[in-house]
Every structure is written in C-alpha cells, then in structure tokens.
Write a protein that binds this ligand. Structure first.
Ligand code: FPP
Length: 237
C-alpha cells in the first residue's frame, strides 16, 4: 500500500535481537543476523511507505562495552551487509551512507563503507543512513567544536552535524522506551513509536502501521491546534 505521506525521515532503533535469539535457544549473534535480514526487507518497503530518509542505529558508541566476541561478530556482519547490499541498493536507487566515528572501526569495515558509499552516491529514491559507532551527544559536541564558538543558525548547525534533517518518526522495537543517545538533536519534534515486537520479527506491515498511526497525530511544533486539513499538511513536503 502506498503511503499518503511523502519524503519522511524515519529513524529506527533496531532493538531486541539478543532476546529474540536467546528466547529460541540461539546465540545472540543469530539474532543480529536475523536483524540484518529484517533491515533488508524494511529498506525495500521504505519508499512505498513515503520514506525519503531512513536512519537506523546499527552500533552505538556504547556498544563497544559488549563482549569482544559479539563486537567482532557485529563488525563482520556490518561489512557483509554493506558488501552484499551495495549492488541491490544501487539497482533500487538507495544511497547508503554512514554516520558516526570511523577511526575506531576495523580497516576492512571502513573499506566496505567507502565502497558502498561510492557505488551508491548518485542514488536518490531513498537515503539509507547506518549509524555505526554513533553517539548523538558526541556528534553534538563535535559540531559545537566545528562551530568554534561562532553564532550560527540551527540550519548551519545541522550541516555541521552531518547534513542531517529533522526526524519525523522514531520507531524503537524491543519493548524499551528510551532514545539511547540516538539522534537527540534531530528528534526534537519526532513522533515516537514504541513497539514490543523484537526487531527480527518486525516487518513491512509493522512499518506501515507505525507510519499510519502517526499520520493521525497533530504536529503542532509548539503552536496551537489547527484546522483538520492542516494536520495532514504538516506531514506533507
Ligand atoms: C540491539 O539489539 C541491536 C544492536 C545493538 C545491533 C543492531 C544490529 C542489527 C539490527 C543487525 C546488524 C545490522 C546491520 C545493518 C547489518 P540487542 O542486542 O541490544 O538486543 P537485546 O536488547 O534483546 O539484547
């Protein structure tokens, strides 16, 4: 089903992989592998749901605290995902880019990132942003350093934050209800959707339902209630 909304920026905290796996007697990494499959399906479904930018939290700067074996497996899975998906993304008009620090990532993952970004740089149907070694607080600190104390606008600050734009809808799977240092600036007026569904079980229908649920919400951005037609206008660009 086509969405009646357009060019949305949707952000997703893909939580619940570990619990999905352990609940089935599988190692945690099996949950991450299943989670990577889910991401493939969600990327495919995104344009038909009115999404122009999809930012997903693949590895937070705090995830380095996990056992080394899980960190290593995640790094490998990310490289595999980028290597395997670059051609498909190119064919489907999906531009891949990475936000977050790169200086602590394995060289092989950095090569996969460079390759995927280079191959898909001209694609413009959907922008897929993977947050890897990402911390919103560090990104804000870094942008502040670049601003070097100058009086700048919010728009200019957003460029310093990495060519970002406000998030319209933030979805978190896995039952927790927190932001976990993800896109704190960009989510200032995001509509929040929390679902108990574990990420490997999340499907295109859940994505569609989350977006349609938000389409009925009135976005006031600090203003006052509007005529019903304006409720839709706030979602259309
Ligand atoms: C949170 O689940 C998920 C992560 C820390 C990693 C997200 C990774 C993926 C979805 C798969 C790999 C992604 C790509 C792009 C290939 P958790 O481990 O915290 O789950 P839990 O809360 O049940 O323990």
């Amino acid at each position: 089903m086509q969405s009646n909304l357009r060019n949305l920026h949707v952000a997703i905290i893909m939580d619940g992989n570990g619990r999905w796996a352990t609940g089935r007697g599988l190692p945690r990494i099996a949950g991450h592998t299943a989670g990577a499959e889910t991401l493939r399906r969600i990327v495919e479904a995104a344009p038909d749901n009115g999404i122009g930018v999809l930012t997903v939290y693949a590895f937070s700067s705090d995830n380095w605290k996990r056992p080394q074996v899980e960190v290593d497996a995640l790094m490998e899975l990310l490289a595999c995902y980028l290597d395997g998906e670059a051609a498909r993304c190119l064919a489907n008009g999906v531009r891949m880019s990475i936000i977050g620090r790169r200086d602590r990532l394995p060289d092989s993952l950095c090569e996969s990132i460079d390759d995927a970004e280079r191959k898909t740089r001209h694609c413009n149907l959907l922008q897929l942003r993977l947050a890897i070694d990402y911390s919103a607080r560090d990104a804000i600190l870094h942008a502040s350093e670049l601003a070097a104390g100058a009086q700048i606008t919010r728009e200019r600050f957003e460029v310093l934050l990495g060519e970002t734009r406000p998030v319209d809808i933030l979805i978190r799977t896995g039952g927790e209800q927190r932001l976990s240092d993800f896109l704190l600036w960009e989510c200032a007026y995001a509509e929040l959707v929390f679902t108990n569904r574990m990420w490997p079980d999340f499907g295109p229908f859940d994505l569609q339902r989350a977006i349609q649920q938000c389409a009925h919400r009135e976005r006031r951005f600090g203003g006052i209630p509007q005529a019903p037609a304006a409720v839709q206008d706030h979602w259309l660009r």
